[in-house]
Design a protein around this ligand. Structure first.
Ligand SMILES: Nc1ncnc2c1ncn2[C@@H]1O[C@H](COP(=O)(O)OP(=O)(O)OP(=O)(O)O)[C@@H](O)[C@H]1O
Length: 579
């Protein structure tokens, strides 16, 4: 009972907010003689309101359905599980329970959900719906509440029932909109339902170690205190280097875990070695699916798919960007999938203010960063993305030189170093994180104020993910992309994303390039031939180098002299002793 009280408490909305009023209007109009006409008028109004701010966490206020709730309450009075009575008098709207297609349509309109497929399940309007429609585990619900997840986000509203009804799903929803919980919640419920099956049942694949670790931690939080018969806990594991060694050496049984989270390479390694059996896996989830199906990973992903031999295998794909090429693959691999798109497919998260800065040339980029600092736009925490390890290191040294509180993460840093830096950044000790695309996807840093693309990302997808490190979980964020003459071509897809997301782009930035201009940019191989990162002129660098050489030579000379003195002293002492 208590858990439901807490859940219901979360849904407080002032009665007079525009969105709430419109939604009430929509509902009331159903009883009207001209209900159809009124309803469509209101939906147009509602569209305007929602497009203005596609805020996936706060602007989702649903129909006032007091009558229906009361009816339901009477029906279910024998089951004192759901608290439906509070909150109508104190300025709040009851949590919606979606019972038919019309209600689903209205709910979907509030978040621009486009759901297609055969027999599309109804979304859940609140976590209460999980109780009325699915026999949801109370411990799991408690864990949700303990972690302050009181209302589902749109992707959760849609994806959870689809998965619980054992359907394959291809889901595309904005960065930071809660996709992780959208696949973890139903997965855990299904593992609980299949408690009698021993062995690995759920597998989550992520392209990077950082993201795999983050999903693992979320999964541990949600599965806390869930035990099966004989006090066996629900076992979740991150396939780390040490765990894969233990599995290989049979120190740990390969049927110990219910869920494993892994990167593709690490998983394939233990599967090829026959240290892990995937034949009982029932739920296979690809997070950042478009990355896992691009040329970097596709072979390993294919191997994973062919190792999961259970004919009832259910597959899920999640990402903020799913290009049509990946959708085609998905359709061919999946069994009658439901396709979920939240918001505009080609747009970035609408909580992010996007800006382009033309810097002329490479030197201009450093100057731009300095200007942002001086003008107070460089508000920590800040993440700066660069296209290569060399460039990330160079910028790091440059910013260190300016005594800024920064560190750098790239593939050459060890896992321990990477984890430590991430912790320092999360705790606020570190203000600015410089990185390559290793951190572009999935990593959830709460409260990042600004993302700077020091180098223009190579695709619209890369751009959407990079800037998605800010503006998460309903917060506002800012993204600035620096570009030079060389980037005039590369910046076009970014301009498209900006326009799709409703951001302004100055006309002069979006001019069409002539064939000749395009050719000359291509010849310049924009990405390969960037100048080094430094504001120090070449002459000064040479001077600095000579000065360092002189200092080192003088140090060596002094050490030599010191050594010579010691030897002659020693010799003298020896000769004195023999006399
Ligand atoms: N129902 C919810 N209520 C409140 N906060 C939530 C809810 N679901 C998720 N969150 C929070 O939202 C944040 C973003 O979630 P998540 O990392 O799953 O985003 P994502 O959609 O996977 O983003 P990306 O595309 O960048 O991987 C997290 O901090 C998470 O804890």
């Amino acid at each position: 009972m208590d858990i439901f009280r807490v859940l219901t408490r979360g849904a407080s909305v002032k009665k007079d907010t525009n969105a709430a009023k419109q939604l009430r209007d929509v509902d009331n109009s159903r009883n009207d003689e001209n209900s159809e006409q009124k309803s469509s008028n209101n939906l147009i109004k509602e569209d305007v309101q929602i497009t203005k701010e596609l805020d996936f966490f706060r602007n989702k206020r649903i129909v006032n359905r007091i009558e229906k709730q009361k009816e339901l309450e009477n029906k279910t009075s024998a089951e004192p599980t759901i608290n439906l009575t509070d909150n109508t008098d104190n300025g709040t709207i009851p949590k919606p329970i979606i019972t038919n297609k019309e209600e689903a349509r209205i709910l979907r309109n509030t978040y621009k959900g486009n759901i297609t497929g055969n027999d599309v399940p109804l979304p859940i309007g609140s976590f209460d719906d999980l109780i009325t429609r699915f026999s949801f585990d109370k411990r799991l619900l408690n864990n949700l509440i303990d972690n302050h997840f009181t209302e589902p986000t749109p992707i959760q509203s849609e994806a959870i029932p689809i998965a619980l009804l054992d359907r394959d799903i291809v889901a595309c929803a904005p960065t930071g909109s809660g996709k992780t919980m959208a696949f973890l919640i139903p997965l855990l419920q299904q593992i609980i339902d299949e408690k009698k099956v021993v062995g690995l049942k759920g597998l989550i694949i992520s392209p990077t170690k950082e993201l795999a670790n983050q999903i693992f931690l979320e999964c541990v939080k949600l599965s806390r205190s869930i035990f099966f018969e004989k006090k066996r806990p629900l076992q979740v594991a991150l396939l780390s280097k040490s765990l894969s060694a233990k599995l290989k050496n049979k120190v740990i049984s390969n049927s110990k875990y219910d869920i494993i989270i892994s990167t593709p390479l690490r998983l394939i390694d233990v599967v090829r070695n026959e240290s892990l059996d995937l034949s009982k896996v029932k739920h296979l989830i690809f997070d950042e699916a478009d990355k896992l199906f691009d040329k970097t990973f596709v072979e390993q992903t294919d191997d994973i798919l062919s190792s999961c031999t259970d004919p009832a295998l259910r597959k899920s794909m999640f990402s903020a960007t799913i290009p049509s090429s990946v959708e085609d693959i998905a359709q061919s691999l999946m069994n009658d999938p439901v396709r979920v798109v939240i918001g505009h497919k080609e747009a970035a998260n609408s909580n992010i203010e996007q800006k382009l800065i033309f810097c002329g040339n490479e030197e201009g980029k450093l100057i731009a960063i300095k200007q942002l600092t001086q003008e107070g736009e460089f508000k920590p925490p800040v993440i700066i993305f660069l296209e290569s390890i060399t460039r990330a290191k160079a910028l790091y040294h440059e910013m260190m030189y300016d005594r800024l509180n920064v560190d750098v993460i790239h593939a050459e840093r060890t896992t321990i170093q990477r984890n430590k830096i991430i912790e320092r950044f999360k705790s606020g000790e570190l203000w600015c994180l410089i990185c390559t695309d290793v951190l572009a996807r999935g990593v959830d840093f709460k409260g990042v104020n600004l993302v700077i693309n020091y180098d223009v990302p190579r695709s619209s997808q890369a751009y959407v993910h990079r800037i998605g490190r800010t503006g998460r979980a309903g917060r506002k964020g800012k993204a600035i992309t620096l570009y030079t003459k060389q980037d005039a071509l590369a910046v076009k897809p970014i301009i498209n994303v900006m326009k799709q997301s409703g951001c302004e782009v100055a006309e002069w930035m979006d001019t069409k390039l002539t064939k000749r201009e395009k050719e000359s940019i291509k010849k310049g191989k924009a990405h390969k031939d960037r100048l080094q990162i430094s504001t120090v002129p070449k002459v000064d660098k040479l001077k600095r180098k000579r000065k360092n050489e002189m200092i080192n030579a003088s140090k060596r000379r002094k050490e030599l002299e010191k050594g010579n003195k010691l030897i002659s002293k020693h010799n003298k002492e020896n000769s004195d002793g023999s006399n």
